[in-house]
Design a protein around this ligand. Structure first.
Ligand SMILES: *[C@@H]1O[C@H](CO)[C@@H](O)[C@H](O)[C@H]1NC(C)=O
Ligand SMILES: *[C@@H]1O[C@H](CO)[C@@H](O)[C@H](O)[C@H]1NC(C)=O
Ligand SMILES: *[C@@H]1O[C@H](CO)[C@@H](O)[C@H](O)[C@H]1NC(C)=O
Length: 124
């Protein structure tokens, strides 16, 4: 029991250390609200018991000679259970971006993901 408590405490300390708040939100590129939204997702994943939740997305602009202008990832949690977001490949100026999202240990995650291309043609 003593050892279980010690390992639980060190786990909690370790997760505090790894999950700094600054990595939760991403605003990458020219995020002035212009351009066309080519991807939008509101992600809400419930917690996984004794595990991390990891989600990846590979997002590309449509094949119309445009590139990604802005990538915005908003962590909707503000209660200390924020996840972590990372661009793993591509990004602004590229046709595609790969995103990795990871929850805290034993927690879910709530993120809004929006990607804009530099094509100003409105699609209605
Ligand atoms: C995510 O789902 C939970 C459980 O259904 C709900 O309480 C919470 O409000 C949802 N979050 C968002 C941002 O919709
Ligand atoms: C912008 O998108 C429209 C509709 O998909 C397309 O017809 C047009 O060629 C694109 N503009 C550029 C500069 O690629
Ligand atoms: C997240 O996306 C949902 C669905 O589009 C929207 O209703 C909500 O306002 C967004 N939240 C934030 C903080 O942008």
């Amino acid at each position: 029991m003593k050892y279980l408590l010690i390992s639980l405490v060190s786990l909690a300390v370790a997760s505090q250390f790894v999950w700094s708040l600054k990595d939760s939100n991403i605003n990458d590129g020219d995020c002035d609200g212009t351009g066309r939204i080519v991807y939008k997702e509101s992600m809400n994943i419930t917690w996984a018991f004794a595990d991390y939740t990891i989600e990846t997305r590979d997002i590309c602009t449509p094949a119309d000679n445009t590139v990604i202008k802005c990538i915005q990832i908003k962590d909707l949690r503000n209660d200390g259970t924020n996840g972590r977001a990372q661009i793993t490949e591509g990004g602004p100026g590229y046709e595609c971006v790969s995103i990795k999202l990871k929850s805290q240990f034993n927690r879910g995650m709530e993120f809004n993901i929006t990607v804009w291309s530099n094509n100003n043609t409105l699609i209605v």
